[in-house]
Design a protein around this ligand. Structure first.
Ligand SMILES: [Zn+2]
Length: 72
């Protein structure tokens, strides 16, 4: 998936970055050592494509419970 325009501010400076990503869910902090996502330098908006979402879900305590309708 290719993202070139920020959905938040319309900037075309959105670029793909790969860095350590820290998320928080219900007080639980979880870290993904190297996550690829798109970031807008103008407004700071982060855009996650399907692969990034999948990685986040794999690491997130919110999705750690299996059998929630996810089929392989
Ligand atoms: Zn933006």
């Amino acid at each position: 998936m290719r993202i070139t325009v920020c959905p938040s501010c319309g900037s075309s400076k959105v670029k793909k970055v790969r860095r350590k990503w820290t998320g928080e869910f219900q007080g639980h902090v979880y870290i993904i050592p190297s996550l690829e996502f798109h970031e807008c330098p103008d407004c700071g908006e982060r855009i996650y494509d399907r692969d990034a979402m999948r990685k986040i879900e794999a690491h997130s305590p919110a999705f750690s419970a299996h059998g929630s309708g996810v089929k392989s």
